[in-house]
Design a protein around this ligand. Structure first.
Ligand SMILES: [Zn+2]
Length: 155
């Protein structure tokens, strides 16, 4: 009984719609501005800061780049630009600060010598500098050194 009832209601509804063309016309009008709005909204998203891809999309509060899989928070990007402070990160993505202790994650050959900084070496009291070797430090038994943050992990 309930099943038959649903069928009757639906066919009644369809007949009503087809009898009043103005109703259908209004529906179509309501759909089109919505589609246009969505397209222009997409193009206002910023390009990927990593690879400059234009195909950025939103995932919750994050922006996501489909080409290099970079995800970022639009709010934190703006804040970083305002402060103009470089963020130093170790190989695991932890933020590094002056005075931190880090551990070398792979054997690093020193240029122009036979010395090797062994994997697992603890480096105390680092100093962050704005260069491609962004960690200034002193390693016991070797002396002053410059390391890349990508080869260390925060201790
Ligand atoms: Zn990208």
């Amino acid at each position: 009984m309930a099943h038959a009832c649903v069928l009757v209601h639906r066919s009644l509804f369809q007949r009503e719609r087809s009898n009043i063309p103005a109703h259908g016309g209004r529906l179509a009008e309501r759909e089109s501005p919505c589609a246009i709005k969505e397209r222009s909204f997409m193009s206002t998203l910023p390009a990927c800061p990593k690879c400059s891809s234009q195909y950025t999309y939103e995932d919750g509060s994050l922006y996501v780049c489909p080409e290099c899989a970079h995800e970022w928070n639009p709010q934190s990007t703006v804040a970083a630009d305002d402060d103009d402070v470089k963020v130093y990160r170790d190989s695991a993505g932890n933020t590094l600060q002056d005075g931190d202790t880090v551990i070398v994650i792979k054997d690093l050959k020193l240029k122009g010598s036979n010395n090797v900084v062994k994997m697992g070496t603890k480096v105390k009291n680092i100093r962050l500098v704005d260069s491609d070797h962004d960690i200034d430090c002193k390693i016991d038994g070797i002396g002053p050194m410059s390391l890349k943050s990508e080869f260390v992990k925060k201790a």
